[in-house]
Design a protein around this ligand. Structure first.
Ligand SMILES: [Ca+2]
Ligand SMILES: [Ca+2]
Length: 199
């Protein structure tokens, strides 16, 4: 009788342990790098970010960054970032968005995720180039295609970023608009909820 009670108790604690441990584990499977929900810098891991331009003196091309009260996860108090790009220039043109990853250790994760959409009024490219860099600063490129005017989650396994050699210490996430991949050459793209996850 007594041993039956112990068995029941043991079973109860095993179930309890799973109930407590499993959700905690899946929660720890994601690191949000930037949700932009403060509507300000820095990102969630203390990293700076902004728009960049191949030639800041060339007024015919740029990416302007601003915060947009349109959150990818539907939070009414949240924000995304709005990138107004222009690679329509008589000169070679490329520009975009950069964000520091502050030496973050990514070895507990295997996937980069974020949300993206375009703006119908301004027009938008369906295709952008990304780069991820570790501290060696070698750009590891990836082309994102199929952007629409609705929020879409992009999921990229780490092995697509072939030139990253040290996932222990990440430096930078970059979005590039250029006069080859960007069509139309001026437009607006929204980005939100950049994260590392374990899928
Ligand atoms: Ca957000
Ligand atoms: Ca222009």
């Amino acid at each position: 009788m007594k041993s039956k009670l112990y068995t029941l108790l043991a079973a109860f604690f095993v179930v309890l342990a799973f109930a407590v441990v499993l959700p905690a584990k899946s929660y720890a499977g994601e690191l949000v790098i930037a949700d932009f929900d403060t509507g300000d810098k820095p990102n969630n891991i203390g990293g700076d970010f902004g728009g960049w331009d191949k030639d800041p003196n060339d007024e015919t091309q740029s990416t302007q960054l601003s915060f947009e009260p349109d959150d990818a996860l539907g939070d009414p108090a949240g924000y995304s970032i709005r990138l107004d790009y222009d690679v329509d220039s008589p000169n070679p043109a490329y520009n975009g968005f950069w964000m520091k990853l502050n030496g973050e250790d990514a070895t507990a994760y295997n996937t980069l995720t974020f949300y993206i959409k375009g703006d119908n009024n301004a027009g938008f490219t369906k295709r952008i180039k990304l780069e991820l860099k570790d501290m060696s600063n070698k750009p590891s490129p990836y082309i994102v295609t199929g952007i629409t005017d609705q929020w879409k989650k992009i999921t990229i396994p780490f092995e697509k970023f072939r030139r990253i050699s040290d996932w222990k210490s990440m430096n930078e996430f970059v979005i590039i608009f250029d006069d080859i991949n960007s069509n139309p050459k001026t437009g607006t793209i929204f980005v939100d909820q950049i994260a590392l996850s374990n899928e």
